[in-house]
Design a protein around this ligand. Structure first.
Ligand SMILES: C[S@@+](CC[C@H](N)C(=O)[O-])C[C@H]1O[C@@H](n2cnc3c(N)ncnc32)[C@H](O)[C@@H]1O
Length: 236
């Protein structure tokens, strides 16, 4: 029997609508959130991380699922603003409850199709990093056009990244990995940070996502890609 969903948010609701973002813009929305969180900032964060609003880095995770990765990153880096996009209403709601409970004011969530949101809300040069972790592989050939990593999406990602910004993609699916490799290598504005290898099978120090943990525990091969707008960046 499925448990009923809890709709109330135990604190500030981190969810935004496409209309909010289009009307106000990310800078204003994050600045507003931070004002309400001033007390926590004053108590918990040292002066060196109080950098000006305009210089704050912005990182996007697409398809955050249960949200382990986004929560860990945002907790580790309070000086960075994080946006999570998820197509599932239920996962966005559950994540909103987790973010509110953790009082993480540097995460905002959008329930949206990532391909649309990226084009409408992040172009150009607005992002330091884009993470696409274990997006659905759609293994049947007739469904493969539904995969997130496609040439148009990667072209938009390249435009959305600032200079030195990076797109990180991970998958457990071998056929999807081939497609990702082909599409990323064909995007002339992005440079493979793992050259001469197309991807790495593991990345030390990386936060583990829910699916990553699951696939690793059953021994599936993993593929981690890192592409940036300049030939060599300091990888996280
Ligand atoms: C296989 S799960 C991986 C979840 C998480 N990234 C992880 O690694 O544990 C893929 C997630 O992407 C979401 N998703 C699928 N297509 C999407 C799209 N076009 N835009 C945004 N989210 C999407 C799904 O709802 C699901 O939560």
């Amino acid at each position: 029997m499925s448990r009923s969903l809890k709709y109330e948010i135990p604190g500030d609701d981190p969810r935004l609508s496409l209309t909010d973002v289009a009307a106000l813009g990310w800078d204003e929305l994050f600045a507003k959130t931070r004002q309400t969180g001033e007390n926590r900032l004053a108590e918990g964060i040292d002066a060196s991380s109080r950098i000006s609003e305009s210089r704050r880095r912005r990182v996007l995770e697409i398809g955050f699922g249960r949200g382990e990765f986004l929560l860990a990153m945002a907790d580790r880096m309070p000086e960075v603003d994080f946006v999570g996009i998820e197509i599932s209403f239920k996962r966005t709601l559950k994540m909103a409850r987790k973010v509110a409970r953790a009082e993480l004011r540097n995460i905002r969530l959008l329930e949206a199709r990532a391909e649309v949101a990226l084009k409408q809300l992040f172009l150009p040069l607005g992002l330091s990093e884009i993470w696409v972790n274990f997006s659905d592989p759609w293994p049947k050939v007739r469904h493969s056009h539904r995969r997130v990593i496609q040439a148009n999406f990667v072209a938009d990602a390249a435009l959305a990244l600032e200079e030195g910004g990076a797109l990180y993609v991970a998958t457990d699916d071998v056929r999807y990995a081939h497609q990702i490799d082909t599409v990323l290598a064909a995007e002339s504005r992005l440079f493979n940070q793992y050259h001469p290898w197309p991807y790495l099978a593991s990345v030390p120090g990386r936060f583990e996502t829910g699916y990553e943990e699951q696939w690793r525990s059953v021994g599936r091969p993993l593929h981690f890609f890192a592409y940036a707008t300049t030939p060599r960046i300091d990888l996280p």
